[in-house]
Each structure stands twice: as structure tokens, then as C-alpha cells.
Design a protein around this ligand. Structure first.
Ligand code: AMP
Ligand code: ZN
Length: 465
């Protein structure tokens, strides 16, 4: 498998540090508002990568943090007269509502900054002891000149940067590039005790501390949107490697920017969409399909017309799956004919082609084209006289490949009447002591996402997940 590594600026063969296992960290949202479709692209890309690694047989440990303390959160809390925690907790809940609807699976851990303050303080202390950090009036800065590799990720020209306007000027700093690790707190701001007095962490240090705590000192993959390469990720590398003396991340993956109508998305231009805005008009699976139809590293232009064509593309896939399922219901268990045996052989070729595309730096765009080729072949060559085995294999492959991309996973809504009829059947089975059948029905309901509870008042049920 080949991945484009921002660190080396080339596609490289992928070999995780421990064969068969992948430690992967992606920068998550700052939880002060609903997340927008640009954020969604990045979160979705890492979800698809994780699914693909799993499909390829890797054990993936995936961490995505929540930045739950930051100026924007504090400002919002002050404006609304509530605590920062109330703001961040609300938007963490909202994050999961949208992420779930986008088919983004939960990370193994979603650590919050506020729950990792001791680890953050520890790493800053280490940097200070090793001479990579210095304190001024309760603020602690990273000393960029003390770390010889600074700039290696973003390949920035440090001299230009030092003179440039992109770096805030603070006369107390040794170099304009030095960045804050710990900020002394203003009165009424949330703060934590530290060796440097009351304060809170700067932004970059949180990811170094959390990646180390949950994944270890050297991880395989670190990612985020392309806007994070500098300064966020550059600073992360510097802090982590200066603190541990070991390489931080082997592969750095960055997602291309999402623009709207060929312009940078911004509230002032009126072209800003949250995921929640899109949800009012489209099923969010359409947004997922749209985004994965492009290569993750390319910039992606969004507009509603493009989403309308994605909707019809996705519908074609759903129709094909439903049509095959319908054929399967009445299909005969017979030996496949010669043409069907050829189709059976071609199925393996489609899967190989899909893998070839995805192995090439996650080319989901071409991966989706292979799925469409498969669907076309199935639609043309499977009919109501096809052998059951072949139809089943066609459906299984379609589901297997689309699952890797998190598509076509929607379960059809199970109706209440259907559930109640099954519960009644189970009760009858129990009356005649046919417990095997009763258990079978309970398991079937479980598969349909329905949990049963036997109570003195009778059987109660609820939808799980
Ligand atoms: P934030 O909450 O702004 O820290 O962003 C969370 C993630 O979304 C980061 O990985 C950002 O790089 C990414 N991101 C922000 N805006 C965009 C965009 N327009 N296109 C793609 N990714 C983005
Ligand atoms: Zn980060």
C-alpha cells in the first residue's frame, strides 16, 4: 500500500511500526459550534481510511480528540452566561449526532483536553528540563531555536517566517516563532494549577500529550486538514520529538480543502454550511458519497447542484442492491450456468481492482468507479432466472465494498407491527415450551436492532443503537 506522506512529500510504501497494527491520531473539532462541511470532509476521510485499513486486516487504534478549552469556547460561554464546560459538552453531543448520521464510526478514544491536564503539564515540564521551553510571567513558550529540525514537516523557510506577518509578535519571546505551551489565565477564565501558576494549555501541546498517552511515543499516522500542517502539526512534531527524543509520527496525511462555489467558505461571504444545514435538504449519506467521490488530497469544490447529482449516483447503488435482494427472495438453488460462472470469476477481479485503487493512497474516487462497474455488470447479467449463489455473491461483494466507504449501510426502518408480530410468535413458542424457537426469535429481533426485556407486566421492547 502506498500513502502520500507530507513529511517526505512523496508517496511511500506503508509499513506500520508494529506489523499488522496501526496507531492513528486525527485532530478533532474545537467544540464551540456545530461543525461545518469542511470539517466533515476531514473527519469522514479518516473514518474511510480506518475502515479500509480494517478491511485490509490491520488492527487499528484510532484516537480523535475534542479541543474543549479554547478562546472561542470561552467567548461563547461568556456571551451566553454559561460555563465553558456547558458549551463544550453541548457541542460534543451535537458532534456525535452529525458524525453518526455521516456514517463516521466512533474513534476508540475521543479524549478531551480538560481531562488530560496532568499529562499536558508533564510534557511541558519535560521540555523545560531538557531546555526546550522557557517561562515568562506564568506563560511557557517552546524555544524553536533549541530544536534543530523545526520546519521539517511544512518545509517552511524559517527566516522568511520570522520576518513575515503570519507570526504574532510578542517582544517577550526569544524568537517570534516560539509558541505558547502554557498560558497564564486571566481572572474568570477556566484555569488549572501548574508549576507556573494558574493557567491553561496552549493549543498545540494537547495533541502531543494525548497522542502519547493513548497511542505511545511513536505513532504510525497523524492527520488532519491541510490547514493544520503549519503551525499546528509543525509544532506538534517539535514538542513531541524534543520531549521524547523519538520520531513522533511516521506518516503525516493531510486532507485537501473544501471550498464552496470555488471560494473559501466563510460566514461573511454567505457560503458557509454546517452539516446540520445540509441535513435539512439531503440525507447525509449523500454528502458522504459526494466527498468520497473525490481524491482526499485534492481540493474539493462544493455546491448544491453537485450534491443533487451525488444523490442520483447514490440512488443508483441503492436501487441495484434492492433489486438484487428482491431477486434473491425468489431465486432457485440451482447450478449456475456458463455465463454466470464467468460473472462469478469477474467478481474477484472487481474486488482486486478496488483494492488496487484504494492501495494507491486511498483513491476512493476510482474505488467508487469500480463499484459502479460492478453494479453495471450485475444489473446486466443477473436476472430472475439466475442461480441463488451468484446473486448472493453479487450482493455480498457490493455490500462489502460499499461498507469500506461507509455507504449503503442504512438499515430499512423496522415497523412496530413487524416487531410486535414477532414478539407474539415468541410468546406462543414459549407457551408450548418450544424454547429453541423462542430464542431464535429473540436473536432475530436483536439483529434487527430490537432488545427485549421480560418483565412481570409482559415483554417490553426497545430499539438499540
Ligand atoms: P477545527 O475545528 O477548525 O480545528 O477543524 C477540525 C478539522 O477540520 C481539522 O482537521 C481542520 O484541518 C479541518 N478543516 C477545517 N476546515 C476545513 C475545510 N474547509 N476543508 C477541509 N478540512 C477542514
Ligand atoms: Zn492536533
Amino acid at each position: 500500500m502506498k500513502l502520500y506522506n507530507t513529511l517526505t512529500k512523496q508517496k511511500e510504501d506503508f509499513h506500520p511500526v508494529v506489523p499488522g497494527e496501526i496507531k492513528m491520531y486525527a485532530c478533532g473539532p474545537t467544540v464551540y459550534d456545530l461543525f461545518h462541511i469542511g470539517n466533515a470532509r476531514t473527519f469522514m476521510v479518516f473514518d474511510a481510511m480506518r475502515r479500509y485499513f480494517q478491511y485490509r486486516g490491520y488492527k487499528v487504534h484510532f484516537v480523535q480528540n475534542f479541543t474543549d478549552i479554547d478562546d472561542k469556547i470561552i467567548n461563547k460561554a461568556n456571551n451566553e452566561g454559561v460555563s465553558s464546560e456547558a458549551v463544550s459538552e453541548k457541542f460534543i453531543k451535537e458532534y456525535f449526532i452529525d458524525a453518526d448520521s455521516l456514517g463516521i464510526e466512533r474513534a476508540d478514544v475521543h479524549p478531551k483536553v480538560t481531562e488530560n491536564i496532568p499529562e499536558i503539564i508533564e510534557i511541558i515540564k519535560t521540555l523545560q528540563v531538557k531546555g526546550h521551553a522557557y517561562e515568562i510571567d506564568g506563560d511557557v513558550y517552546f524555544d524553536v531555536d533549541s530544536y534543530k529540525d523545526y520546519g521539517k514537516l511544512s518545509k517552511q523557510n524559517l527566516e522568511e517566517l520570522q520576518q513575515g506577518s503570519r507570526v504574532e509578535v510578542d517582544r517577550r519571546k526569544k524568537s517570534p516563532l516560539d509558541f505558547v505551551l502554557w498560558k497564564s489565565s486571566k481572572p474568570e477564565e477556566p484555569s488549572w494549577d501548574s508549576p507556573w501558576g494558574k493557567g491553561r494549555p496552549g493549543w498545540h501541546i494537547e495533541c502531543s500529550a494525548m497522542a502519547k498517552k493513548y497511542l505511545g511515543e511513536t505513532i504510525d499516522i497523524h492527520g488532519g486538514g491541510g490547514d493544520l500542517v503549519f503551525p499546528h502539526h509543525e509544532n506538534e512534531v517539535a514538542q513531541s520529538e524534543a520531549a521524547t527524543g523519538k520520531p513522533f509520527a511516521k506518516y503525516w496525511l493531510h486532507v485537501g480543502y473544501l471550498n464552496v462555489n470555488n471560494e473559501k467558505m466563510s460566514k461573511s461571504l454567505g457560503n458557509f454550511f454546517t452539516v446540520r444545514d445540509i441535513r435539512k435538504e439531503f440525507d447525509l449519506e449523500v454528502l458522504r458519497f459526494f466527498m468520497l467521490s473525490a481524491h482526499y488530497r485534492n481540493p474539493l469544490n462544493f455546491n448544491k447542484d453537485l450534491l443533487v447529482s451525488s444523490k442520483s449516483g447514490l440512488e443508483r447503488l441503492y436501487h441495484s442492491k434492492e433489486h438484487l435482494e428482491h431477486l434473491l427472495e425468489s431465486a432457485e438453488n440451482k447450478e449456475p450456468g456458463e455465463e454466470e460462472l464467468q460473472l462469478e470469476k469477474r467478481l474477484g477481479d472487481y474486488e482486486n481492482r478496488f483494492v488496487q485503487k484504494m492501495d494507491d493512497d486511498f483513491n476512493t474516487a476510482d474505488g467508487i468507479s469500480v463499484i459502479f462497474d460492478l453494479v453495471k455488470d450485475l444489473n446486466t447479467n443477473i436476472s430472475n432466472s439466475s442461480a441463488k449463489r451468484i446473486i448472493q455473491q453479487g450482493i455480498d461483494l457490493l455490500k462489502k465494498l460499499t461498507k469500506v466507504l461507509g455507504l449503503l449501510e442504512k438499515q430499512e426502518e423496522v415497523l412496530d407491527e413487524e416487531i410486535e408480530a414477532l414478539i407474539e410468535k415468541r410468546e406462543e413458542a414459549r407457551k408450548i415450551k418450544n424454547y429453541a424457537l423462542a430464542d431464535e426469535i429473540r436473536d432475530k429481533l436483536q439483529d434487527m436492532g430490537i432488545e427485549l426485556k421480560d418483565t412481570p407486566e409482559g415483554v417490553q421492547w426497545r430499539r438499540i443503537s
